[in-house]
Design a protein around this ligand. Structure first.
Ligand SMILES: [Zn+2]
Length: 287
């Protein structure tokens, strides 16, 4: 759904609450503290009194919307803006779009990204793997990834990010502490089904994958980018989207928050064909 559709579909706080109650409880309010469904609605508010544990609660307790002063309508619009922004949206831009302060927008984006975290099943089939670097300096990259004039700001080195992408399927990515064979292959074993076929470049950390997987290599250092079905172009396309987002929109993504940005990009990519990605996000937001 686009912004106008969301705006029209949920014109008031009341509409948003009703919708969240449907998504979270299938319309049967359930105490988030004791799980009892024995409740009495409180008058003139969206809260319920739990007759079992004597607390009161609303549908937002324990969700990303909990204890925020912002109207749910603005949250719904913010989610829509993030979902529709292929290269991400900066907190400055979001602040202007939904008329909140920059700090509020930043806080909302962080909360929304929390909902994007995916705990999916194993990848299988043909899997492209690759590592990339965000921020910092060139010196620790393996040779074919060094770029001309690629020095980042500050004295810190770049953060290593590792990704695995199933062709015509999902991508999983996140920062890694280093790009040693041990680290990368531990990630692969934890996320890719045995017997799948891995496509990688010639980086030595991928040596030995053939013990558990089919393994095909493109030799980037020799100028080779496609060798039959062996290439990592799909994942590189994802990296370039991520990097344009990080560089263009966020100016400076701290090491600490990088994984949340990556989760956002993975979520959009993984649900690119999902017609109801808005409600999927709400489900994850109240889960
Ligand atoms: Zn209760």
């Amino acid at each position: 759904m686009n912004l106008i559709q969301i705006y029209k579909r949920f014109p008031t706080q009341q509409d948003c609450v009703k919708h969240l109650e449907l998504v979270r409880w299938n319309d049967k309010p359930k105490c988030p503290y004791c799980q009892s469904e024995n409740q009495t609605p409180l008058k003139n508010t969206h809260r319920y009194h739990c007759n079992n544990c004597n607390t009161s609660y609303s549908v937002t307790v324990g969700t990303i919307f909990h204890k925020t002063k912002c109207d749910l309508q603005k949250w719904f619009l913010a989610i829509t803006l993030v979902l529709n922004a292929k290269k991400g949206i900066s907190s400055r831009q979001l602040a202007r779009d939904i008329e909140v302060t920059k700090d509020t927008a930043w806080f909302m984006l962080m909360r929304i990204r929390k909902a994007f975290k995916e705990y999916g099943e194993l990848l299988e089939g043909i899997i492209e793997v690759d590592e990339t670097y965000v921020g910092g300096k060139n010196k620790n990259r393996h040779n074919d990834k060094k770029t001309q004039g690629g020095q980042g700001r500050g004295g810190e080195d770049k953060t290593s990010v590792f990704g695995m992408l199933q062709r015509n399927g999902k991508v999983k990515a996140g920062k890694v502490k280093d790009v040693t064979r041990k680290t990368l292959q531990t990630e692969i074993r934890a996320n890719v089904k045995k017997g799948s076929t891995i496509m990688s470049d010639e980086f030595r950390s991928y040596n030995g994958l053939c013990l558990l997987y089919g393994h095909q290599i493109v030799t980037h250092s020799m100028g080779e980018y496609v060798n039959g079905a062996a290439h990592t172009n799909t994942l590189e396309g994802f990296w370039s989207l991520l990097k344009r987002g990080v560089i263009g929109q966020f100016h400076y993504v701290t090491h600490e928050h990088l994984n949340k940005y990556i989760d956002e990009f993975c979520f959009r990519y993984n649900n690119r064909d999902n017609k109801d990605i808005f409600n999927l996000t709400l489900q994850k937001a109240v889960a």
